[in-house]
Design a protein around this ligand. Structure first.
Ligand code: PMP
Length: 409
């Protein structure tokens, strides 16, 4: 006889009501389902490089396995990886970070999550400029904090202004998140823009900056991409830089990210890792050393290819009446204003009132998948990735043009 009490699954904790699955993971699953059903889709949703990890990185991982580097490491990374990170940070920011000011985790994503877990008390506020990377608000709320979103505008290049920051700061503000280059808009903060923001933060000693620079190697302007710590070295202990090898070296599956900032914060993150994952993968850490120490050939080559694709996608979208793309300064996404299409009517008589409905219309009529702007806190827009071949980008642009033409305005 079955006892109903033995069949009961653990009830979700209250905190689970404060977090949802990442929209990008959900859309990626949807694309896989469509493909499995034999439907042709053009996935402008891709959030990772379509290049293979460079061979010298793979070789380093294989050598590490052969050399027996297959055991637990210290929670905040092997000495070799800490050294490679320190050297990269010095090259980029001119700052020398000590080993205890560095932390290593299973991707930049895990480090941002742990930084919030380590610092937020119930009700602490985190200023998140919108459009934002989909994960920040959920990471804040699940860790007891309150995301305070501040809408940026196309006129300001989708960048937070010092006045907006000043107005958003309260006694409870713990962090302001700066993501440069930004996902989804591709905006890159200039040195003078960063100076304006760090000046505001300097005047509020209880506020720190979480600077997510994961796309910094993929940029189409001056290099290196300016960093908050370069313009405000005196705030170094209040700036947590987050980066990783996922995007620059096509290593998303290896799961290595790093952070640099106050020793106390890095220690707290290490403590949390020691009680959760123990440490990042030893083999992936060896691979990350090879990536960071391995010269710029891979990055220069791939950024050249991204540049061509970016121009193809931006010019293709700009030629479609009703779409207004912004040319990204970094990253591999184009942010598109589609507000002109709201209120238009599909051939089946359905009125499009949200960007999610517009994305559905694209999928139905041309198989093009985009991520709608509401996921990024900015309705009326969508994000289109160009981490895809030029052929696919060309087909997708043609498909979008057809889909838009079908709409009655
Ligand atoms: N920050 C941003 C803005 C991102 O877009 C991503 C990846 N989508 C990450 C962080 C996480 O990168 P990682 O693979 O290092 O966890």
């Amino acid at each position: 006889m079955t006892n109903p009490t033995t069949l009961r699954a653990p009830a979700p904790a209250e905190r689970m009501s404060r977090v949802k699955e990442s929209p990008s993971s959900r859309v990626a699953d949807r694309v896989r389902e469509f493909q499995a059903a034999g439907r042709k889709v053009l996935p402008l949703t891709i959030g990772e490089p379509d290049f293979d990890t460079p061979d010298h990185v793979k070789e380093a991982a294989i050598a590490a396995i052969r050399a027996g580097e297959t055991k637990y490491t210290s929670a905040n990374g092997t000495p070799a990886l800490q050294k490679a990170i320190t050297a990269r940070l010095l090259r980029k920011t001119g700052q020398s970070y000590a080993g205890d000011e560095i932390c290593v985790g299973g991707g930049a994503k895990q480090l941002i999550f742990l930084a919030f877990m380590a610092t937020l008390d119930e009700g602490d506020e985190v200023i998140v400029p919108a459009p934002y990377w989909v994960s920040y608000p959920d990471m804040v709320t699940v860790n007891g904090g309150r995301p305070v979103t501040v809408a940026t505008t196309a006129d300001e290049g989708y960048k937070l202004t010092p006045d907006q920051l000043r107005e958003a700061i309260t006694d409870r503000t713990t962090w302001v998140v700066l993501n440069t280059p930004n996902n989804p808009t591709g905006a890159v903060y200039s040195e003078s823009e960063l100076r304006g923001l760090t000046d505001v933060v300097r005047a509020h000693p209880h506020v720190s900056i979480l600077c997510d620079e994961i796309y910094d190697e993929i940029n189409y302007g001056a290099r290196p991409v300016p960093s908050a710590v370069t313009v405000a070295p005196d705030l170094r202990r209040r700036i947590f830089l987050v980066n990783g090898v996922s995007k620059a070296y096509a290593m998303t599956g290896w799961r290595i990210g790093y952070g640099a900032g106050a020793a106390g914060l890095c220690a707290a993150i290490g403590t949390l890792q020691s009680q959760s994952s123990s440490c990042p993968s030893s083999v992936s850490q060896a691979a990350a050393v090879a990536a960071l120490d391995g010269g710029r050939e891979f990055i220069d080559r791939t950024v050249g290819i991204y540049t061509e694709r970016r121009d193809l996608l931006v010019s293709g979208l700009a030629a479609i009446d009703g779409l207004r793309p912004t040319a990204p300064e970094g990253g591999f996404y184009v942010w598109v204003d589609a507000s002109a299409l709201m209120g238009s009517v599909t051939p089946s008589g359905k009125r499009i009132t949200t960007d999610a409905e517009l994305a559905e219309h694209f999928l139905d009529t041309s198989g093009v998948v985009v991520i709608s702007g509401d996921s990024y806190g900015c309705p009326g827009h969508f994000r289109a990735s160009f981490a895809l071949s030029s052929e696919i980008i060309g087909e997708a642009v043609a498909g979008l043009a057809r889909s838009v033409e079908l709409l009655r305005r």
